[in-house]
Write a protein that binds this ligand. Structure first.
Ligand SMILES: Cc1ncc(COP(=O)(O)O)c(C=O)c1O
Length: 474
């Protein structure tokens, strides 16, 4: 496996030998996988637990055989549960029950968590390498992604008669779309004149050239460029560095990124790439649990600016937060954008989930990425085999095509499969019956994400066998 990862580092796509289509080959990659032990740190739903209808006090865990576990390929939607999250929640509940309100300022010895007052900042410290910040003060955990996007737009989207446009891509996640549209209307402007959408090729690919060209065309009237690090539907990873630099070079004052599908999935260097702000959720590749507290990055260069912001008492510097003064003295950097007392229960999950990344050791994102490139490359290789064999083909029409870019540098772990019209429901049903958890985006797309932290090469091989059977059946 090392040679496949090394090939990627030197700019080549992993290439697989003739025997790669066998289960034995997949298992041999698992045996070589230096990150394979991480799977034990997660509770993966089992085929039986997925059918559960009532609580019974039993969660999937230690005693489940590998055969019993589902093929959990849906970390692009909700990551699997780290065992550390349960431990952190239990210690938080014990802390609350034992010392009550004092938990705000002190913590119990041997607790994995800091006091509730420090928890958001402690999560920020744990995330410096995750997103490539220069200092922890560039990061804060608070609210949800959409709420943080609104807060950033309140500070950075200050339209004038000359500069009022927001540049986005053709299919932003609906919540971003609603947030941006409503911000534009909030300023008494119309999305019909102030919103610019970058169009993809007929293959749903966003070329960097077309992104740069749209930015160039509208630069003088653009107030904000807001793009996804990874496009949620196609799984395309955009060139954040080049796009950000291009927009800045043309005088566009702010370039923001939605990193919902990128954080914890691909290495990021937000500070060095000069990104103005970024927002991400923590329930996908960060595995902190459904609706867990979101992350925000605000570049250091903005910290000393007197930016307008929507304020709340937790944004006040810790030294004055409890003095109950009317004057607002913001905390350092991104923390000054906090509004409310955050949920220490939610942040306990985030902290524990980030701890799993740290446990990988130095340069953990690079190491995870090294495996991810081979894992997703292997999935692509086997799927291309099905296309070559014409599995499920009807006349001229193939059963599916991969709409995620083929270049590993242009994607994360997810592959999006566009199925032939009318077969999505049937295929999804078979996948679910066979213990595969992935997600379907109607009308025709299945998204599959083998996440390197807890997925195996054997899972990839088994998934492709099941998918093949499903295509043959429908
Ligand atoms: C790309 C993208 N942006 C935004 C969101 C919304 O995040 P939140 O519910 O935390 O506001 C999601 C949720 O899945 C998403 O995938």
């Amino acid at each position: 496996m090392d040679s496949l990862t090394t090939a990627f580092r030197s700019g080549q796509k992993p290439s697989f030998p003739a025997e790669a289509g066998t289960l034995e080959y997949a298992q041999s990659l698992d045996q070589q996988d230096k990150l394979g032990h991480l799977r034990k740190e997660f509770n993966i739903p089992t085929r039986t637990s997925l059918k559960k209808k009532a609580l019974n006090g039993v969660s999937p865990g230690e005693n489940d055989s590998e055969d019993e576990k589902s093929i959990y390929f849906v970390g692009n939607s909700l990551g699997a549960q780290p065992k550390a999250v349960r431990r952190a929640l239990e210690s938080q509940l014990e802390t609350w029950a034992s010392i009550g309100v004092n938990g705000h300022f002190s913590t119990l010895e041997n607790s994995p968590l800091s006091s509730w007052q420090d928890l958001a900042e402690s999560c920020a410290r744990k995330s410096v390498d995750l997103v490539g910040a220069a200092v922890p003060e560039e990061i804060i955990y608070m609210n949800t992604l959409t709420a943080n996007l609104h807060l950033m737009m309140a500070s950075f989207y200050k339209p004038t008669a000359e500069r009022h446009k927001v540049i986005i891509e053709w299919k932003p996640f609906p919540s971003d779309w609603y947030a941006i549209q409503s911000q534009i209307r909030h300023h008494n402007l119309s999305p019909s004149t102030s919103l610019i959408e970058i169009q993809p090729t007929p293959d749903l690919y966003l070329t960097t050239e077309s992104i740069l060209a749209t930015i160039t065309e509208h630069a003088p009237s653009t107030a904000l460029v807001l793009l996804p690090g990874i496009q949620y539907y196609t799984g395309q990873l955009l060139d954040i560095k080049t796009i950000t630099a291009h927009a800045h070079s043309l005088g566009i004052p702010c370039v923001g990124w939605d990193l919902a599908h990128a954080a914890g999935n691909v290495p990021l260097c937000l500070h060095d790439w000069n990104v103005d702000f970024a927002v991400w959720c923590t329930y996908k590749y960060i595995n902190a649990g459904p609706g867990s507290t979101a992350g925000l990055f605000l570049h250091q260069k903005h910290h000393s600016r007197n930016l307008d912001r929507l304020e709340g008492w937790y944004g006040a510097d810790k030294s004055v937060r409890f003095l109950m003064e009317k004057e607002f003295k913001p905390g350092k950097g991104a923390s000054g954008w906090q509004l409310s007392n955050p949920s220490a229960i939610d942040l306990a999950s985030v902290s524990a989930a980030l701890g799993v990344f740290e446990s990988v050791g130095e340069r953990y994102m690079e190491r995870l990425r090294g495996k991810a490139v081979v894992l997703t490359g292997y999935l692509e290789y086997l799927l291309e085999g099905l296309i070559r064999e014409g599995v499920g083909r009807k006349g001229e029409k193939q059963a599916f095509r991969i709409i995620t870019p083929g270049d590993p540098l242009e994607r994360g772990t997810q592959l999006s499969l566009m199925l032939r019209e009318g077969i999505l429901e049937g295929v999804s049903k078979v996948l679910a019956e066979e213990g595969v958890v992935c997600d379907a985006r109607k009308p025709d797309v299945i998204r599959v994400a083998p996440v390197p932290m807890y997925c195996r090469f054997e899972d990839v091989w088994r998934f492709v066998e099941i998918f093949k059977g499903a295509l043959a059946r429908v």
